[in-house]
Design a protein around this ligand. Sequence first.
Ligand code: GRG
Length: 324
Amino acid sequence: MNSLDEYRIELTQKLTETIVVKEPDQLYGPISYILSLGGKRLRPILTLMTCDFFGTDLKKAMNAALAVELFHNFSLIHDDIMDNAPLRRGKETVHEKWDLNTGILSGDAMLILAYQFFESYEPLLFRDLAKLFSKTALQVCEGQQYDVDFETRDDVTLSEYIKMIDYKTAVLIGAAMKMGAIVAEASEECRDNIYVFGRNLGIAFQLQDDYLDAFGNPENFGKQTGGDILSNKKTFLYLTALENSSQEQAEELVHLFSVSPKDPSDKIERVKQIFETSGASEATKEEITKYTHLANDVLEKIDIPEEKRDALRSFGNSLMARTV
Ligand code: GRG
């Protein structure tokens, strides 16, 4: 069993070897750029780890892991375009460094490159991997569309929000793990259970992201906190605060989320106060714990050695406790 760092090192080495800048460099340069910005490499590590845990050499899962990381980075480029975001991983976004069309086309090329990585697998594995990948990519699009729709809706419910983050974020984490299980030729039941584990963990992961966006320490988190508040994003924190507040406080919150002051520091501080006093911050932590426990419950059904189950459990718990 490898350590997380070992999975990350193997993956990053392979990524650098495989993705080289060639002509036209306006197409491949941005791909190499976004991948060089690092990131946690959470999804491909999970693919390698799952394959390893089901008893197969992780090298066999490398191409599936690379596909997952390419897809993730492609979706970040296009997401940044849609959000008009200036920074990604603390550096200029692709469309800022180059331009919009470059971001669109390099992103498209990454999606195709991701699919190409599956071509190295034998037909049955190829079929299962490509099928899962297509289904997941479509769900990610649906999640993204829900997210866009929510910007102009004022009646978003908590369950709709959970469905949105499930599709936009969690399904890919579930699929990343299931791909490891597919490559390891684990039973259907194991594949499905590890998928549910990853999906629940993915929901906890996104809720933790929302929480850290408001309450994280900017030095650890790597970005300025309050970004979601600044962009008036209807996160779990916001929706819970609205639900739990008095009419007066709810009206204040709605008002705060309708203005964009030049100096936003007072707005951010006041919204965070309301998140605290309404119990929304506590409720979000409880929701993170709920989804982490749901993930851990499924683990019990998976037929792997106890030490590996423990490793997955502590991985889930460390995500729940993460500050970055
Ligand atoms: C699927 C065809 C197709 C199009 C994509 C743009 C889009 C449609 C979807 C957006 C998907 C998206 C960007 C979801 C956010 C996922 C997320 C939590 C990103 C941050 O993940 P981390 O924290 O990032 O793992 P690092 O930087 O560590 O890799």
